[in-house]
Design a protein around this ligand. Structure first.
Ligand SMILES: Cc1cc2nc3c(=O)[nH]c(=O)nc-3n(C[C@H](O)[C@H](O)[C@H](O)COP(=O)(O)O)c2cc1C
Length: 142
């Protein structure tokens, strides 16, 4: 069974809702799924997974959350993510998605195989974007 790891940081629950739907898609497509907040994630878990979904809202000034998510992403190298399918996702509010564009480029720099351009939504995810998350989860399982 394919191992899919879904890691997220979420302050007010919007990105967490996306993470849960994505995990559901992967699970219902037959993957072995681990869903965890970034505080419970390790680089070894990432190394062990066949495919990844990473979620974080836009924080600071168009950056990843700085206490937990940023250090975790900084700790990853090609060893953990190189060649693996990776979906990035997250919620934002007043920006235009710059944090996600930067994150996509950063992960490509680690040779991650990025699925699309990152799934982003302003504030609370609606049913359409949750379906997008679900389908992305299914693709990670495939
Ligand atoms: C401290 C802080 C910084 C933020 N910085 C940005 C930002 O730079 N750009 C943006 O579009 N939204 C920004 N936001 C808005 C959040 O991305 C938005 O509220 C998002 O829905 C939070 O997702 P969550 O519910 O998963 O925590 C910021 C919010 C907070 C609390």
């Amino acid at each position: 069974m394919k191992k899919v790891l879904v890691i997220y940081w979420s302050g007010t629950g919007n990105t967490e809702t996306m993470a849960r739907r994505l995990a559901k898609g992967a699970e219902e497509a037959g993957a072995e799924v681990v869903l965890t907040a970034v505080s419970g994630a390790t680089a070894d878990m990432v190394k062990d997974a066949a495919a990844l979904a990473l979620g974080c809202p836009a924080m600071g000034a168009e950056v990843l959350e700085e206490c937990e998510m940023e250090p975790f992403i900084s700790s990853l190298s090609q060893i953990e993510v190189g060649g693996k399918p990776v979906v990035l996702f997250g919620s934002y509010d007043w920006g235009d998605g710059q944090w996600m564009r930067d994150w996509v480029e950063r992960m490509k720099g680690l040779n991650a195989v990025i699925d699309g351009e990152g799934i982003i939504i302003q504030l609370v995810p609606d049913e359409e974007i949750l379906n997008t998350c679900y389908e992305a989860g299914k693709r990670l399982a495939g």
